[in-house]
Ligand binder design. Structure first.
Ligand code: ADP
Length: 632
């Protein structure tokens, strides 16, 4: 029997599409052919369970082999096989997907979804790497004759009777010159590791040698011998296919270590498992974040029925969870469509919402069940939570219950708890609760100590997201203002009713202003003489909260009007405390040069405590100080 024919192309043009992938992703030919082979073995299993195949199933597996000498790669399965008629029907008519028909036929069967193959380039991706492809197949059907098909990538094929003795199919690829890299065992092994590591049917790639014990010699010394064993590349039941109740912490940790061998253990994980209104399984891990967390993105792997698809899960996983690690497996994610379509896809949106909800629930549970442990992980978790709150309205609503603020003493509070804690002392004359914070313990030390003297509490807000987080909280909490601890002198940071009387009269205040006006010849300094508490420093340099925030935002690259603030020169307020004894002393000084020297010294001390004294000004200060000690 020999027959010549022409491959009929139902879709207008499949080859250009295949060619499009030629240079970028040609390694996926292996994923496609192995997936087809896996499908074929699952189909025969299914037919057996339906009583439509009565023979022995045998050890169902897919074998991949490479022969460098003959420049071939073969993919063999002992699945259901194909008759010559079926090859003509399924392979020659490219647009006709046998999988579709099969699913149609066994629609009632519950696990028809096991059948991979409704995506990908399918069989024809073989021509990305081969200039001749052969199929040898023997169908499971009683009395079926073996069939042999070959095609050189043109639309011409040959089909004749084959020689295959066992049920199943072997695909032989005669690798073309440009693709000889695929004849390297290591290359194939790495592709199989990438795409096929968790396929549901055993995948064997040749053999490897292993040392096994071989008794003892006369002296009782253990003997070893080398044996050849099957090189199985996959784990057919990865943890995400199991029920959470079957798994222990150690299983999750081991799986994590298998996926990310060079990473520290994760903080905790979430097992995803839903089958309505879409199908999704997976395990997401919260990693310990590194300072270079940008590099840790794209660590989530997307699978479809245990076949690896991509590690670009943008759009499927909410943006703020892109730093998570782990696996998502969903047959419902459309894989062959463009990214823009994916964004608009209803299933994808639902998946996105589901993941957000799951993550929020998990955090809530951790917080409730073991608050201490949750707090100890806050440095890492906080970043996700804050980012989630800022970027995702739905998440923000839930996160109020478990988003934490931590103060300079290392204590943690929910926003509600914190408000209650500080409002007795930190409510201003207009009834606003003022939350004080620092982003730098060392730099703001003078101010933090001044706040402590008044029993004010100070929050530590030193993560990259805190500026945004603060704005968000102010927008959503009523009558709450945040002010950085160095935004003003303590008396005014939280303005209270009672005015502080001045120990100086009008004329004296005028002289103080003049002295300091002269002593401070630095641009951007607005000097004001004020009656402050005696526990305030004699001179304090501050930048207005609002002004500083605008500048911070501009520095972070906020667009639009922000660049205006960025370009503005820095302006500071210099508060001279008329009630401080040092100011009285300066005023009383009769020597004009000495007077100016003291004023300069007081101002420099203020700059120094803000870390703003540098360069020649600092050198000047040092010399002046030595001089004033009296040994200069
Ligand atoms: P798809 O897998 O998307 O249906 P393919 O081009 O990969 O498209 O395969 C077409 C059809 O050929 C499959 O649906 C299946 O019916 C049949 N087929 C391919 N490979 C095998 C195989 N190894 N064993 C049995 N049938 C196969």
């Amino acid at each position: 029997m020999q027959e010549q024919g022409t491959i009929s192309i139902h879709t207008e043009n499949i080859f250009p599409i295949i060619k499009k992938f030629l240079y970028s992703d040609n390694e996926i030919f292996l994923r496609e052919l192995v997936s087809n082979a896996v499908d074929a073995t699952q189909k025969i299993k299914r037919l057996a369970s339906l009583g439509q195949f009565k023979g022995t199933l045998g050890d169902l597996r897919v074998q991949v082999a490479v022969d460098k000498a003959s420049k071939t790669i073969t993919i063999s399965d002992n699945g259901l096989g194909m008759t010559a008629e079926e090859i003509k029907k399924y392979i020659n008519q490219i647009a006709f997907s046998g999988a579709t028909e099969f699913v149609e036929k066994f629609k009632e069967a519950k696990d028809a979804s096991e059948i991979i193959g409704r995506f990908g380039l399918g069989f024809y991706s073989a021509f990305m790497v081969a200039n001749l492809v052969e199929i040898d197949s023997l169908s499971f059907q009683d009395g079926a004759a073996p069939a042999h098909w070959s095609c050189d990538g043109s639309t011409e094929y040959t089909i004749n009777e084959g020689t295959r003795q066992e049920r199943g199919t072997t695909i032989t690829l005669h690798i073309n010159e440009e693709s000889e890299e695929f004849l390297e065992e290591q290359k194939l092994q790495s592709i199989l590791d990438k795409y096929c590591k968790f396929l549901p049917v055993t995948i064997q790639f040749g053999t490897r040698t292993e040392s096994i014990e071989d008794g003892e010699d006369a002296a009782g010394k253990k003997q070893w011998k080398e044996v050849e064993v099957d090189n199985i590349i996959n784990n057919t039941t990865p943890i995400w296919t199991k029920a959470p109740s079957e798994l222990k912490d150690e299983d999750y940790l081991n799986f994590y270590r298998e996926l990310y061998p060079f990473s520290e253990d994760p903080l905790f994980w979430i097992h995803l498992n839903v089958d309505y209104p879409f199908n999704l399984t997976g395990v997401l891990y919260f990693p310990k974040l590194k300072p270079d967390f940008e590099l840790q993105r794209n660590k989530i792997k997307l699978y479809s029925r245990q076949v690896f698809i991509t590690d670009d899960v943008k759009d499927i996983v909410p943006e703020f969870l892109m730093l998570l690690h782990g696996v998502i497996d969903s047959p419902d994610i459309p894989l062959n469509v463009s990214r823009s379509f994916l964004q608009a896809d209803g299933a994808v949106k639902k998946i996105n919402n589901y993941i957000t909800k799951k993550v929020a629930d998990k955090l809530q549970e951790l917080f409730k069940n073991d608050r201490k442990a949750y707090e100890s992980k806050w440095t890492d978790i906080g970043l996700f939570v804050k980012y989630g709150i800022i970027s995702d309205q739905k998440f923000a609503e839930k996160a109020n219950d478990f988003a934490l603020l931590n103060n300079t003493e290392g204590a943690f509070f929910t926003t509600k708890e914190y408000r209650e804690k500080v409002s007795p002392l930190q409510t201003d004359k207009d009834g606003n609760v003022v939350l004080l914070y620092t982003n730098d313990l060392a730099k703001n030390d003078a101010f933090i100590q001044a706040a402590a003297k008044r029993s004010y509490d100070v929050l530590l807000m030193n993560t990259p997201l805190d500026n945004h987080f603060i704005s968000h909280l102010e927008q959503h909490l009523e009558k709450v203002h945040f002010r950085r601890v160095d935004a003003d002198v303590m008396d005014r940071l939280i303005p209270k009713e009672d005015a502080i009387p001045s120990v100086l009269n009008e004329e004296q205040l005028g002289s103080v202003k003049e002295i300091f006006g002269k002593a401070i010849d630095k641009p951007g300094m607005d000097v004001a003489v004020e009656s402050l508490s005696t526990d305030e420093l004699p001179v304090t340099v501050t930048m207005d909260e609002w002004m500083r925030r605008m500048k911070d935002m501009a520095a972070l690259g906020g667009g639009g009007g922000m660049s205006f603030y960025g370009a503005m020169p820095d302006r500071y307020k210099v508060a001279v405390n008329a009630n401080h004894p040092l100011i009285g002393k300066i005023l009383a000084c009769t020597d004009g040069t000495e007077k100016e020297k003291l004023a300069k010294q007081a101002f420099d001390l203020a700059l120094l405590s803000q870390g703003m004294l540098t360069g020649a000004e600092l050198t000047d200060f040092v010399h002046r100080s030595i001089d004033m000690i009296g040994v200069g």
